[in-house]
Every structure is written in structure tokens, then in C-alpha cells.
Design a protein around this ligand. Structure first.
Ligand SMILES: C[S@@+](CC[C@H](N)C(=O)[O-])C[C@H]1O[C@@H](n2cnc3c(N)ncnc32)[C@H](O)[C@@H]1O
Length: 249
């Protein structure tokens, strides 16, 4: 028998679950449908902040299977997606090449439904490029970009500061940076001493410190996203999305 239900964390979770008011339990008012299409919404938010600035090269770090990278390809001359996962990068290449990809949707127990997912209409896969790579050790010759996305990546890195230190050199002056994070820090990914969220410092304050001198803050908003586990269980999260402009510093 597991003793999971003897832990303080679970006791607190269930006290809130059984007796908390709506105000005590819910930090955000939106429903699940507003949480769909997160990668596309990220790209669109960054594009809207970017406005009429040059749209030569865009970079999507931690791109997973490429949803945001393809969205950027609607307007950018070239969009590059980099992910540490080789299987994600290969799947992004395949859906770019073939326009569709099969996937197994978990229903319950060992039951799965085979589905086909497709690239959205109007994207330009021929201008995208995907590679397996480490956002903490990007190639020196990667070049400079007009727009960079790092969506839900920072709290999955072992040394977030390595990416944060590299960001100024990745963006042209006037370029746009979007960082989203649900601030779900876990020792399994990031040692606690390197979390941007520390006692007396919010994750956003940590991020602002790391970017200060090189970026001006444009906006901050909460962006819901949903990842299906099975038919009756979903990860429903709210990323903090901040948009930054590369200054001359
Ligand atoms: C939480 S997912 C977010 C994926 C995508 N940006 C999104 O918003 O759906 C984190 C992604 O970062 C990738 N990742 C983790 N560590 C990385 C690293 N060091 N360099 C590049 N990608 C990394 C993972 O493989 C995964 O695709």
C-alpha cells in the first residue's frame, strides 16, 4: 500500500478540494476550451507584439513537435525549431513533410484510438527547419533572430541561466522575445538553487533580473493550456507569458 495519502501535500490538496470556496480554489476564471491551441496562441501573441518589424528569421526553442514554429512560418521568411528530444524534432519534420501524422489518443486503461492530426491551413512548412539540440548549449553559428520563443521551456532546464545569458546575442535590436512558463519548478529538472522562483522573489522577478539591461518588458499575461492525459484526465495549467523587446544594451 502506498502512503501517498498520508503526506501533508495531499492533505492540503484534499482539504481545499473538499471544502475550499471557488475563490479559494481557482486562480483563473477561464474554461477548458480557452486553453486549446496553446502553441499557436503563443506564436500569435509574439507576432502581434512584433508588429511591422522585420520578419526574416524566427527561433522556437523547446519547440516540441513544432506547433508554434509552423505558426511563425505564416509570416517569417525562415522559422527554426530546436528541441532536445530527437523524437519530437523528427515528428515535427515528418508533419512538415507529409502534412499529417498519426497519433494514439489515450481513452482509458489500455484503450487507445488511432487518429490523424494535420498541419493547420496556410502555414509554410518549406520555410521551417527543425533540429535536435540543447537550448543551454546552442551552436555558436546559429545566427541572430528577429523573434524568439521559449514556451514552457525555462522550468525544464537544468541550468536556465545558460539560456538566459545567451538570449541577448540571439536577438537583433528591436527583436521580440516571448517566454512562457507555468513556473512548475521540479528538482528532477532544475536544482532548487537555480529556480527563478525563490523565497522572497517571484519567478517573474527572477526572470526580469536575468533579462534586465538587454530587454524591455512589453507585456505580461496568463495563458491557459491543456494537455490531455486520457479521456477523463487533463493537465490544465496557466503559463505566465511575458513579451520583451531587445534593446541596444
Ligand atoms: C513542457 S514542453 C514545452 C513544449 C512546447 N514549447 C510547448 O509549449 O508545447 C518542454 C520542451 O522542452 C524540451 N526541452 C527540454 N530540455 C531542453 C533543452 N535543454 N533544450 C531544448 N529543448 C529542451 C522538451 O523536449 C520539450 O519538448
Amino acid at each position: 500500500m502506498s502512503d501517498t495519502y498520508e503526506t501533508t501535500d495531499l492533505l492540503n490538496q484534499y482539504l481545499l478540494f473538499h471544502f475550499g470556496t471557488a475563490e479559494q480554489q481557482l486562480a483563473f476564471p477561464e474554461g477548458m476550451h480557452a486553453a486549446l491551441n496553446f502553441p499557436q496562441r503563443c506564436a500569435q501573441a509574439a507576432l502581434s507584439a512584433h508588429g511591422a518589424r522585420p520578419k526574416r528569421r524566427a527561433l522556437d526553442l523547446g519547440c516540441a513537435v513544432g506547433g508554434a514554429t509552423f505558426e511563425l512560418s505564416r509570416t517569417f521568411d525562415q522559422s527554426i525549431g530546436i528541441d532536445f528530444s530527437g523524437s519530437f524534432a523528427s515528428a515535427a519534420q515528418k508533419i512538415g513533410r507529409e502534412g499529417r501524422h498519426t497519433c494514439l489518443r489515450h481513452e482509458e486503461g489500455k484503450q487507445f484510438t488511432e487518429l490523424e492530426v494535420a498541419l493547420p491551413e496556410g502555414v509554410s512548412p518549406e520555410t521551417t527547419h527543425f533540429a535536435q539540440g540543447d537550448a543551454q548549449a546552442l551552436p555558436a553559428d546559429l545566427g541572430v533572430f528577429d523573434l524568439v520563443l521559449a514556451c514552457n521551456l525555462i522550468c525544464r532546464l537544468n541550468q536556465p541561466e545558460l539560456l538566459l545569458d545567451r538570449l541577448p546575442a540571439l536577438l537583433n535590436q528591436g527583436g521580440t522575445l516571448l517566454i512562457t512558463t507555468p513556473l512548475t519548478w521540479m528538482d528532477a529538472y532544475t536544482p532548487e538553487a537555480r529556480w527563478l522562483s525563490q523565497p522572497g522573489q517571484s519567478g517573474f522577478e527572477g526572470l526580469s533580473k536575468a533579462l534586465s539591461g538587454h530587454f524591455d518588458l512589453i507585456s505580461v499575461e496568463d495563458m491557459p493550456f491543456i494537455i490531455r492525459e486520457h479521456r477523463r484526465k487533463y493537465q490544465y495549467s496557466f503559463a505566465q507569458a511575458s513579451i520583451w523587446r531587445r534593446t541596444s544594451g
